[in-house]
Design a protein around this ligand. Structure first.
Ligand SMILES: CC(C)(COP(=O)(O)OP(=O)(O)OC[C@H]1O[C@@H](n2cnc3c(N)ncnc32)[C@H](O)[C@@H]1OP(=O)(O)O)[C@@H](O)C(=O)NCCC(=O)NCCS
Length: 155
């Protein structure tokens, strides 16, 4: 897999004022809403002028985590921002001691494959993640499960 130079993105924890935009964007993409906000670490990514690029959530379950609610807003797409956000989220997860991230997607499996995720059987996910709302009720049965191991954090 060739290394690509990704744009610099910096996530900041979502604030209550961000939630209406996030809820609307998730609904527009047909993605599950954030049913239990306290469980999901939600990060917003902005342009230097403050305009929102997109957002993504990380739901930790011990040493595994669910990457969810990834949206790059339509005007910001196809500029590698989504790839940079996933790289940023992986680094954030690693920093938090997460060893493997999992996700479900109905439409973006090729995008995640370019970023080092592999398709896995749904029953290969850890039980805690399989029991999450995203896996049990919120996502359709035809969604593809994917996983990516993270290098252990050093120093
Ligand atoms: C999927 C999404 C996050 C991609 O964001 P983006 O900033 O446009 O993606 P990038 O520019 O980093 O794309 C990287 C590569 O993946 C490809 N790609 C992007 N979205 C894709 C998709 N849905 N399906 C297949 N390939 C896709 C791009 O063409 C690009 O390929 P290239 O490297 O050969 O040029 C964005 O389209 C989005 O928010 N979609 C709606 C919500 C969604 O599907 N979220 C993920 C569900 S869990």
């Amino acid at each position: 897999m060739a290394e690509r130079v990704l744009p610099m993105v910096i996530g900041a924890e979502a604030e209550p004022r961000d939630m209406p935009l996030i809820a609307a964007a998730l609904a527009a993409e047909g993605l599950p809403g954030i049913d239990v906000p306290a469980r999901t670490l939600l990060f917003v990514f902005r342009e230097p002028d403050g305009g929102t690029i997109g957002f993504a959530g990380l739901e930790p379950f011990g040493e595994a985590a669910l990457l969810r609610s990834l949206v790059v807003l339509p005007p910001a797409r196809a500029r590698a921002q989504g790839s940079a956000i996933v790289a940023w989220m992986a680094e954030e997860a690693r920093r938090r001691g997460i060893g493997e991230i999992f996700l479900l997607t109905t439409t973006a499996a090729p995008f995640f494959e370019k970023l080092g995720f592999r398709r896995i059987a749904r029953d290969a996910v850890p039980p805690s993640i399989a029991a999450s709302a995203e896996f049990t009720t919120l996502c359709p049965e035809n969604a593809v499960a994917m996983a990516r191991r993270l290098r252990p954090a050093t120093g």
